[in-house]
Structures are given as C-alpha cells and as structure tokens.
Design a protein around this ligand. Structure first.
Ligand SMILES: Cc1cc2nc3c(=O)[nH]c(=O)nc-3n(C[C@H](O)[C@H](O)[C@H](O)COP(=O)(O)O)c2cc1C
Length: 356
C-alpha cells in the first residue's frame, strides 16, 4: 500500500477528496412535524467537515409521505422549506472543504405504520422479520405486498427526494440499499419471495434497485455523485446472511457495476470479518468484481484499523467513532490510541443532547 494512503487525495467523478476518511450516514431522529433535523444535528455535520472529514453523509432521509418512514423524527427533502433548511448546511460543509452527500431510503418492511402519514407498511412480500420491533416491543406489522402502482410510486419518491437534494446543492446522493430496508428487502431472498419479475433470480431481485438507480440518475447531473450502499446484514435479525453465497453476492455487485453509479459503499459488522465462509472480507469480495470506487465501514476506529481497511478499499467511513469523538480525524492522524465504541454508546445520537 502507498505510504499514508489514508491522508492522500482521492478523485471520484469530478471531486477530489482531501483524504480517505468520511462520516458514515447516521440517523438521528431529531425532526419534528416539518421533517427538518434539529439545528444542532445539522451543525454536527458541519463540525465534522471542519474537523477534517473529506466526505460527509447525512442521516438516511425518507423518500415519501406514504410508507417510507421507520423511525420517529426522520427527515425528508421534498418541500421547499426542507430544501431551504439543508442548503446552508450543504454550503457550510463545502466551505470546509468536504463533499456533502445525502443518503435516502424507504424503510420497507422495517417501517412503523404509526409514524407514517398513510399508516402503511409495504415490502416486496408480506413477510416480517423474526424479531420484534425494538421501538414498540411488538412484532413488526405484516407488510402489504407491493403492487405495480406501489413500485412506481416509491420510485417517484426516490426521484423527488434526489431532486430536492440537487436543489439543496448536495454534491452527491446515496441510494441506501443496505441494512434490511426496502431496496435490500428486494435484493435478499430472505425477504423477497415474489414470483413476478421482481423476485426469484438474482437479476429479478435486482430489478427494483436497477429501476430506482436509473430513475434517480436522470435527475442527478453527471457531475454529481450517485453512490449505492449495500450490506449482507439487516438491522432486524442481524445474524442472518442476507445473501446466501459469495457467488450470489458477487453476482449482485457485478450487476451494480453496470449501473450509472460512481461508487459502492459496503457496510459491515466489522471490516475485517471474513464473509460467506471464505477467507476474504466483504471489501475483498467486492473489489474482486468491480473497479468502482469502494467505501468500507464497520469497526474502523484507529489508525491501524483504518490503514488495514484501506488495503482493500478507497475510502473508510466511520459512524460510532466519529460520532462520539469530534477530533477523530486528527487523533487518527496523530496515531493516538483509540478504543472501539460499543453500540449502546451511540444511543446518545437519538437523544436531545447536542453532540460536540
Ligand atoms: C447512531 C447511528 C445511526 C445510523 N444510521 C444509519 C443510517 O441512517 N444509514 C445507514 O446507512 N447506516 C446507519 N448507521 C450504520 C453506520 O453507518 C455504520 O454502517 C455502522 O455503524 C458501522 O460503522 P461503525 O463501526 O463505524 O459504527 C447508523 C449507525 C449509528 C451508530
């Protein structure tokens, strides 16, 4: 590996990142009825840019007013007011020399009907996760199997939200295809048991993601970034491997590779974990079948783990470490001894406590 790869620039599309470190997307659940995050939550993103992150992802923004929402207090980017709230945040991040990317998703079978204006849960198939919803202590609601109308409507939500992000000045948009939410529900046979053109073979399960990407790319100018996030795990039933084999996963990556996207972001439980019973980790399995720029995330917490993760990827993203330590990038640069944070520590993200 090149010396100090971590602090070397990296060019992706027309953007040159000043280093290889980014803020992973982090839901904060701070919005009120206007679906605009709290001021301190927005300020947090600007501060992370000021403190050295080269690329800053927003929390996952829900894509429609019907069935996309899975948690209370999530943000939207569909109205002029919401666009106006994000615009100064985006330009402040850019002034700090970082690239600003909006992540968007539909929660699919993870949606919680009570927080959705239309009170509805939709998914490729009427199957719930096995575990209860930790927010309600109740079983997840059995989703309605998505109709043709639902599919078109949901794609429109992704398109409209991308348009909102472009209007707000974001440098990039990420389609969240990971963690057991709607797009991931289609990709995985664990949640997709359709018998039409959207289920069955890997190509069919990929069709919905393909349609979302194609529709979104039309409204995302060529010179802005479009990235796609994928994972082999979901937030519910987290032990389940969402793709059955290495071949199935790599087949999906090959299909993604053909899409008009600028990077793939791989989210893992731990970047170095070996996957699918192989001796390779998720970044290695991904890199083997695509030349697209690759971001990796999961238990990257100090200089050694960041350097090692970068051996098989172009950019490292951090969630918990950069959430809890405003000086994380500088501490990494200084080679400071840092510790891995437990998941429970990150729950502060969901409180009213302003984070440094
Ligand atoms: C508070 C919190 C909120 C998160 N919200 C999102 C999200 O909105 N979208 C997403 O793709 N991942 C989300 N994640 C997952 C992280 O982006 C990341 O993949 C995961 O935490 C592993 O990275 P880490 O070990 O650096 O924490 C969240 C994680 C945390 C801790």
């Amino acid at each position: 590996m090149q010396p100090d790869k971590l602090f070397s620039p990296f060019t992706i599309n027309q953007f040159t990142l000043k280093n290889r470190i980014g803020v992973a997307p982090m839901t904060r659940m701070s919005s009120k009825a206007d679906s605009v995050p709290r001021a301190d939550v927005l300020e947090f993103l600007i501060r992370r840019a000021r403190k050295g992150a080269a690329i800053v992802y927003t929390e996952a923004i829900v894509t429609d007013y019907e069935s996309a929402q899975g948690y209370p207090g999530q943000a939207r980017l569909l109205t002029q007011r919401q666009i106006d709230a994000w615009r100064p945040v985006v330009s402040a991040i850019q002034k700090e020399g970082a690239v600003a990317v909006m992540q968007m998703f539909h929660c699919g079978r993870m949606a919680w009907p009570e927080v959705n204006p239309a009170g509805r849960v939709i998914a490729p198939s009427p199957i719930t996760p096995e575990q209860d919803n930790p927010l309600t202590g109740q079983p997840y609601t059995v989703p309605d199997e998505m109709s043709r109308f639902d599919i078109d409507h949901v794609i429109e939500g992704f398109v409209e939200t991308a348009r909102g992000a472009v209007e707000a000045g974001f440098d990039g948009i990420e389609i969240h295809g990971a963690h057991g939410y709607l797009i991931c529900n289609f990709l995985s046979s664990y949640s997709n048991q359709r018998t039409d053109g959207y289920g069955g073979s890997v190509e069919n399960r990929f069709r919905f993601a393909h349609e979302v990407i194609q529709a979104v790319r039309k409204v995302v100018p060529e010179d802005r970034l479009l990235t796609f996030r994928i994972s082999n795990w979901g937030v519910a039933d987290p032990h389940v491997s969402l793709f059955e084999t290495k071949d199935e996963y790599q087949h999906l990556i090959r299909l993604l590779d053909r899409e008009p996207i600028d990077a793939i972001s791989v989210s893992t439980h731990g970047y170095s974990d070996k996957a699918f019973g192989t001796r390779q980790n998720m970044a290695q399995l991904t890199r083997a079948v695509t030349k697209l720029p690759l971001m990796i995330c999961g238990k990257i917490y100090d200089r050694a783990s960041a350097d090692e993760a970068l051996e098989d990827a172009d950019i490292v993203l951090s969630a918990k470490s950069i959430l809890l330590n405003p000086d994380w990038v500088e501490d990494i640069k200084a080679g400071k001894e840092l510790r891995l944070h437990a998941s429970a520590e990150a729950n502060v993200a969901y409180t009213d406590e302003p984070l440094l």
